[in-house]
Design a protein around this ligand. Structure first.
Ligand SMILES: NC(=O)c1ccc[n+]([C@@H]2O[C@H](COP(=O)([O-])OP(=O)(O)OC[C@H]3O[C@@H](n4cnc5c(N)ncnc54)[C@H](OP(=O)(O)O)[C@@H]3O)[C@@H](O)[C@H]2O)c1
Length: 277
């Protein structure tokens, strides 16, 4: 399905209570879609719903939430079918729920790695697995949120990059399988975006990781949402919402050695500056 009008459609958005997911939810509401958001913290969900409602264009639109930890399969198996019963099956599923822990490999405890994979990868698998028959019936649209760190392995992102590369591989295979059912699959790869996740990450990021992303433009979540919605009209698979991100992807694909050299130089520079080993 290539979407030109969102009026009357039903959108399910995991991670819709904050950041990129919330910006997408507000934009979809402003285009006439019903929206159901899913995440763990009820206070954040409640205030997000109020915010999203203020963007609706019709009183008939339904904006709702369900508390859901996407990494918990048993919970997802209960909550998602309940949501379908109450709000109707989704035309659009956006998997934006995600977590990060930008630290050097040696400083990432196994439990943190496990959490990141469980939320970013298994969480995406869970929602799609449980909702797929509805998405097939409606010839729906699935958007999985990966990252530029899913296209380039970045210092301090071993766990995060592993999860986001996996989301791209999963989405690519799924796109191929679901084409015959007219279900569209896209993967969104934002660069750094001004959200609570980035703010938290910047507090613990290694200096090397900061140096690598220093030159990159930080996007606003609203601009990422606009680019996504615009691209959904074409049904493109890979959505990189800004020019510097697209440039990074081209460099990595066609000049991997040069890309490594540039990144290694930045790391070397910061280590020299800070008198590291
Ligand atoms: N910000 C960036 O620079 C950036 C760049 C590239 C990609 N991304 C990706 O974009 C997506 C959104 O990130 P963001 O920056 O918007 O982060 P954010 O503002 O921290 O929002 C993350 C959302 O995910 C929810 N969430 C986290 N763990 C969850 C779980 N186990 N189950 C259900 N919901 C969960 C959070 O709510 P609760 O905590 O209440 O559950 C929140 O609603 C993520 O997949 C992230 O990896 C972000």
């Amino acid at each position: 399905m290539k979407i030109n009008s969102f009026k009357g459609l039903i959108s399910y958005i995991t991670g819709g209570s904050s950041g990129i997911g919330l910006a997408i939810a507000k934009l979809l509401a402003s285009k006439g879609s019903d929206v159901v958001i899913f995440s763990r913290r009820i206070d954040a969900l409640e205030s997000a719903v109020t915010d999203i409602k203020s963007h609706c264009i019709s009183e008939k639109q339904r904006i709702s939430f369900r508390v859901l930890d996407v990494s918990k399969r048993e919970m997802a198996l209960k909550i998602l079918p309940d949501a379908v019963k109450e709000y109707g099956p989704p035309d659009i599923l956006i998997n934006s729920a995600g977590i990060s822990y930008p630290q050097e490999f040696v400083n990432i405890p196994y439990d943190k790695f496990n959490d990141i994979i469980q939320v970013n990868l298994y969480g995406t698998w869970n929602t799609i697995d449980i909702l797929l028959h509805h998405l097939k019936a409606k010839k729906g649209y699935i958007v999985n949120v990966s990252s530029i760190a899913g296209l380039v392995g970045i210092f301090g992102m071993t766990a995060y990059s592993a999860s986001k590369y996996a989301v791209i591989g999963f989405s690519e295979a799924l796109r191929s399988e679901l084409k015959r059912y007219d279900v569209t699959v896209s993967v969104l790869c934002p660069p750094d975006v001004r959200t609570p996740m980035l703010e938290k990450a910047n507090k613990i990021k290694p200096q090397e990781a900061k140096a690598i992303s220093a030159a990159a433009v930080i996007m606003e979540p609203e601009d990422v949402a606009k680019m996504l919605i615009k691209t959904m009209a074409k049904g493109d698979f890979l959505i990189i919402p800004n020019a510097s991100g697209r440039f990074t992807n081209i460099m990595k694909r066609f000049f991997p050695g040069l890309t490594e050299w540039v990144i290694d130089r930045k790391i070397k520079g910061v280590r020299k500056r800070d008198n590291y080993r």
